[in-house]
Design a protein around this ligand. Sequence first.
Ligand code: SAH
Ligand code: SF4
Ligand code: F3S
Length: 448
Amino acid sequence: MPTAVALDSALVDLQTYGCQMNEYDSELARTILGREGFRFVAPDEATDAAGVVLINTCAIRETAHTKIYARLGDLKVRKRAQKDLVVGLLGCMAQNLKTELLERWPSVDFVCGPDAYRHLPHLIAEARSTNRAQHASIELSEYETYEDIAPTRVEGVNAWIAIMRGCNNFCTFCVVPYTRGRERSRDPLGVVEETRRLAADGHKQVTLLGQNVNSYRHDGRDFADLIEMVADVDGIERVRFTSPHPKDFPLKLLRVIAEHPNVCNTIHLPLQSGNDRILKAMNRGYTQEEFLDLAALMRASIPGLTLTTDIICGFPTETDADYEDTVHVVREAAFESAYIFKYSERQGTTAERKFPDDVPDDVKSRRVTELLAVQREIARAKNVAKIGSVERVLIEGASKKDPGQWRARNDGNFIVVFRDPSCAVGDVRDVRIVEATPNTLIGEPVPA
Ligand code: SAH
Ligand code: SF4
Ligand code: F3S
């Protein structure tokens, strides 16, 4: 057996899976633990010296769980050699499976849900002092917004800001209302203050996060008011947000997006299905016609809009004809891009209780593959149409494939690669598009 690396008890290896909300929460965890003297392994550093391994987990589909089980398998082996290693599971899977995880995985010392991160220092100390007795901190809160905790951000041009937590929508397929609890909105003044600090630290872009930003409310202010306040902060070149819900999209928000040059003309509008019966079973609160009307109104109100979506294939009882309705909406709405998923039954959801997961896996896979092909063709045509146009881009860093080129994003959040030695990270430049692939635009700088 190889000799084990000596453990540094104050060094934490924090790994994050799942969505941007989890990224943001990991930044909160860094602050909470940093205040107690913990230090963190750098994102691209590989080390077995960290005395604490924390995994911020996702539960949205079974594949998210599978990834974590694979990591736990590795850690089980590591823990045999490094007995003092503390392993904690954070996030949505921890909240969803709770003590079941502790029972199945003796190498896990504690689970800690999304509303319990203030307990992290205590959970680590307890794991050490009580000789591996396992612990769970999984109370969900109606109030916790971590308002007083400034996230410790890992350098970058963009900063995530959670403006609300939880979700009250209970789409029947979705685990999030159970893992993140009831919806609560942060004070807009706190969000603006956080944005000011970010601008002062050199961040050029903020992305406002919520499971359904349309239901943001605080002291009479709604999401359109909040985004306007954030857009007015000096030094913020771009404001993005995710996600609104098609069922209660406010027209005022379209006006704010159209009128503020630094609010990006990009909307992520999750469709989930194009069939009215399936939409009803999903508890989505809109019909195919209402979705398409809204998409058309958005395109008419915001010139150059980038409209993206999420789709689930193979929700219980979905027939080929139902699926064809989704294909129809994809063609009609002509999304710039779409995330397409196979339905994955989640423990505790209404769909699990009411509808047997009856679409065979190979049918789900076929529908995903076909729909991806339809979407890829739409995206390719839209990208090709951009050749010759001038796009304003924000430089995020060096291209991974060719470090001599910049990787930047246009207003629509698409990657644009170009070469210009006079630029730096965080610069905003005009670039002419000269070539297009389905996922990347290639540009050349336009002389100022
Ligand atoms: N609050 C966000 C969704 C977050 S989850 C919103 O409503 O926009 C991101 C996406 O995962 C969802 O839009 C949905 O398409 C997908 N998803 C959620 N639950 C799923 C499940 N059980 N199976 C497959 N995909 C799912
Ligand atoms: Fe899940 Fe629906 Fe809430 Fe989105 S709006 S997090 S899909 S329950
Ligand atoms: Fe995000 Fe996954 Fe939780 S998508 S909200 S980390 S279940």
